[in-house]
Design a protein around this ligand. Sequence first.
Ligand code: AMP
Ligand code: MG
Length: 434
Amino acid sequence: MNSTSPTPNDNKLAQQTPARPPLKSLDDALLELLANASPLTSVEDVLLQLADGRVLGNDVVAQLDVPGFDNSSVDGYALNVADTSTALREGLPQSARIPAGHFSGNLAGGTVARIFTGAPIPVNANAVVMQEDCLVSPQPGGDVVRLTQAPTPGQNIRMRGEDIANGQVVVRKGTRLTPAHLGLLASIGQAHVSVLKPLRVALLSTGDELVMPGAVAADALPPGAIFSSNGFFLSTLLTRLGAHVTELAIVADTLADTQAALQHAANDHDLIVSTGGVSVGEEDHVKPAVQSLGSLDLWALAIKPGKPFAYGRINRLNAASCAHFVGLPGNPVSSFVTFVVLVRPFIDRLLGVSHAGVHALPMTAHFNWPKPDKRREFLRVKRNTLGGLDLYPNQSSGVLTSVSWADGFVDNPPSQSISRGDTVSFWPMSQCIA
Ligand code: AMP
Ligand code: MG
């Protein structure tokens, strides 16, 4: 027998005091997690006005120039700068009137055209003067327009193709569409877009203590019970990422109930997200349940809040495929933070999103944090009117008020204390949840 093999005695000991797994850094965990996320490829066509937040499935190429013609950026008078000296001295007669949406032919030499914002520049004109800079005198034969300053060629003209050139890729595959993208796509005439099909996510909350809000009145909550809150922010965060979320009933703390819920969810979802029950106490059934239905890695993350985290796969019944499984901690703040730092990038990878991730900003701490944790911390902070960051006074992983108050997190390296005036790395909440 090899001298390092466990003896039956060692095994017994190991059962009594389970060894603590070494802490895993967030970067390592993220790499490992993302390695499991092969991008999905099924796309569908949706109406442009329904595409906000969806992930574009192909490059979209412009079939025209935008603007499609040179046009005026102001209300004023179009002229040719060759006529400047007459225009300054005695003025030029108005020979045409061009509202937006109306095409005009040539501008007669030695004249101006009254023109409005967005209207096409007539042939032969090469500048537009704002009406505020013109002196207009009505004459029996029509208005005469005198300038107060010499115009420069191209002045107040928006050139054909200056926004988008015909043949240009306007929005790339893998872009999560925003309202501005929808406007841009409309400007090149797209009424539909091809987007990734929504990820089907099942969400389950585990815990005998949990009661759904609405099931009983606040003053009738049984002793020891709490209202379940995690599902509410998680389903919203998931929906914002373009997932179709099925929120399952609360799962009791038994192995059989946990197995049944997971097996049921695996059949018609791409991803199962659970909260709670992911530690290794005897009331934590997620680990054995997932192991019995597929495979599981349970990690102790070197972050605070958010230590326990599980990734696994659950085999589908009667199918040679499986669903991804992610187990988040039960403490609400831990659950929120692990979603932001791990689940969100995982979903983005599944949907093939490019340019994912948070761009941290250097900001000044207006607080002291003298007793840092050995783990990397995500502190709940808010920008103040002096341009610095304030810290929420209670950073406990159960205090969800800290997250609702905060407008971001400080990503604090392991064991790093913070003194007022230090530069810290700030993750804006808007980037974490959109
Ligand atoms: P657990 O990870 O199951 O040990 O739970 C850790 C803590 O989070 C316990 O105090 C739970 O009561 C709490 N918790 C678990 N799930 C939820 C939930 N869905 N909403 C609010 N608190 C929860
Ligand atoms: Mg629990």
